[in-house]
Design a protein around this ligand. Structure first.
Ligand code: FAD
Ligand code: NAD
Length: 475
């Protein structure tokens, strides 16, 4: 193993590993160090996303959705399945298999691209040196002409409800339950709370989500959030807004939460609690004295638009820096940095980063919410189309929700697209491409969409912007 590289990347999550691969594709010598350790002590590349985030959560969301549909929906198609049985151990094993395949895939990609993958801890020293401490063996010092920091984030812990790994768990713990809890409390009704709350609710848990804010999914377009809230309520998912947890006591195998809502204190007794109140950047043990890398007041590494830190030739990307904590945002930053290091021009279009919440209904959006456009003072118009009027959504037995397109009044440019409904996360891709090319609502109106597909709903919402929808009444 060499001790001198063009690029040393610390962290092999969805920000770090693509940075390493692209840098190698650009002809640079690259080492990528990762400290990830699984519950069973095994090591793996892939970071939070592959090991304990995006991938395992989506595997369980898929399995639990199928289980739920089999129990409540198949009958309406005329399909009888008799008594449904849940083999949670098998469901979990399937999830673990997917994770293993994908994390192993990164190792293979590293090999194929000539990246030196190193399992262990990395620490930035002054002068672009990196102290690498392998999982086993002595530390050694590597030198990188450039160093990329990509150490990600960690869950926020609540002082009043500290994680104990058994009764009060973080999102990773909540992906590993070996039995469906009878009563599950979720503190924080954001993305993780709704996704993981949905998994266990669909598998039979009584779930109560306690959200401190008075509005549901404040970061989403509120018309969409309200529609989603209605659908969750119909499913029996109990989301209590304006509920601030003040205490948690574990005794006799159960957890008693106290929360304030409407000026009163309420008790909630559950078997397990998931705390999902946000994530914070993770830089513990990363920076030695004198590196010149500065953090902001919230602990993010300070970077400019091109992800340059305050130290020469040191870059930082992904959850460790400002911006949405999304895997694809980190990936784009990693690829950009690798191209900039190689001397190419590159940028990330931060205005067009899609967000998806993989619940049922799925919620997806790109660009500005109506609230944001309103606050900006720009005149705008909106068009909506309900999935209730979509032939394909009806055929799928998923005819709830809507698509909303927001366009500028002056030049018709699409400012935001918001979807709640079937496969919203897939549908949003078309809107992302449209916005990347600064499309107008009229451009979407003139684009032919296959019939009968869910994409017609986006087409009709674009038509509705100018009161020209064919399959719904224009208001
Ligand atoms: P990470 O993925 O956290 O990777 C950082 C890596 O750095 C880790 O492997 C860590 O071990 C390593 N590391 C840390 N310190 C050191 C060190 N000193 N030396 C060496 N290695 C170190 N995002 C989406 O876009 N879509 C989703 O569907 C989605 N679902 C999620 C579900 C859950 C339950 C969670 C928790 C997150 C989810 N996210 C999702 C968010 C996504 O996982 C993160 O945005 C993404 O993983 C951030 O990538 P990253 O590379 O910056 O950091
Ligand atoms: P979040 O910011 O999405 O939601 C946290 C929620 O907890 C907020 O609604 C907040 O008001 C609430 N909250 C905070 N303190 C509280 C308290 N004391 N009591 C009750 N509620 C409280 O954070 P998250 O769900 O933990 O997710 C973390 C990050 O991971 C997010 O930035 C998200 O983008 C990312 N993530 C993305 C996906 C996806 O893309 N599908 C999935 C999971 C996670």
């Amino acid at each position: 193993m060499s001790d001198s590289y063009d690029v040393v990347v610390i962290g092999a999550g969805p920000a770090g590993y693509p940075a390493a691969i692209r840098a190698a594709q650009n002809g640079l010598s690259v080492a990528c160090i990762d400290a990830w350790k699984n519950f069973d002590g095994s090591r793996a590349f892939g970071g939070t996303c592959l090991n304990a985030g995006c991938i395992p959560s989506k595997a369980l969301l898929e399995s639990s959705e199928l289980y739920h549909r089999a129990s409540v929906e198949f009958a309406s198609h005329g399909i009888g399945v008799g008594k449904l049985e849940l083999d949670l151990a098998k469901m979990q094993a399937r999830k673990a298999g997917i994770v293993k395949q994908l994390t192993g895939g990164i190792e293979a990609l590293f090999k194929a691209n000539g990246v030196t993958g190193l399992l262990g801890h990395g620490r930035l020293l002054p002068g672009n040196q990196v102290e690498y401490t392998p999982a086993e063996g002595d530390s050694q010092t590597l030198t990188g002409k450039h160093v990329v920091l990509a150490t990600g984030s960690e869950p926020v812990e609540l002082g009043i409800a500290p994680f104990d790994g058994e009764h009060i768990v973080d999102s990773w713990g909540a992906l590993e339950f070996d039995a469906v809890p009878k009563r599950l409390g979720v503190i924080g009704g954001g993305v993780i709370g709704m996704e993981l709350g949905s998994v266990w609710h669909r598998l039979g848990a009584e779930v109560v989500v306690l959200e401190a804010l008075d509005d549901f999914l404040v970061f989403a377009d509120q018309q969409i959030a309200k529609d989603a809230a209605r659908q969750f309520k119909k499913q029996g998912l109990d989301v209590r807004l304006g509920a601030r947890v003040t205490a948690a006591t574990v005794a006799d195998g159960e957890v008693t939460l106290a929360y304030e809502a409407g000026g009163e204190s309420h008790p909630l007794v559950v078997d397990k609690v998931i705390v999902s109140v946000g994530r914070r950047p993770f830089s513990d043990g990363l920076l030695a004295e004198g590196t010149g890398v500065k953090l902001d007041e919230r602990g993010f590494v300070k970077v400019d638009e091109e992800c340059r830190t305050t130290a020469a030739n040191v870059w930082a990307i992904g959850d460790l820096v400002r911006g949405p904590m999304l895997a694809h945002k980190g990936t784009e930053e990693g690829v950009m940095v690798a191209d900039l290091i190689a001397g190419s021009s590159a940028e990330v279009n931060y205005k067009v980063i899609p967000s998806v919440i993989y619940t049922d209904p799925e919620i997806a959006w790109v660009g500005q919410t109506e609230e944001e456009v309103k606050a900006s003072g720009r005149a705008y118009k909106t068009g909506t189309f309900p999935f209730a009027a979509s032939g394909r959504a009806k055929a799928m037995e998923h005819a709830a929700g809507l698509v909303k397109v927001i366009a500028a009044e002056d030049d018709d440019e699409i400012l935001g697209v918001h979807i709640v409904g079937p496969l919203a996360g897939e549908l949003i891709g078309e809107a992302v491409v449209a916005m990347e090319f600064s499309a107008s609502a009229e451009d979407l109106q003139h684009t032919i969409h296959a019939h009968p597909t869910l994409t017609e709903a986006l087409h009709e919402a674009a038509l509705a912007v100018d009161g020209r929808a064919i399959h719904s009444i224009n208001r």
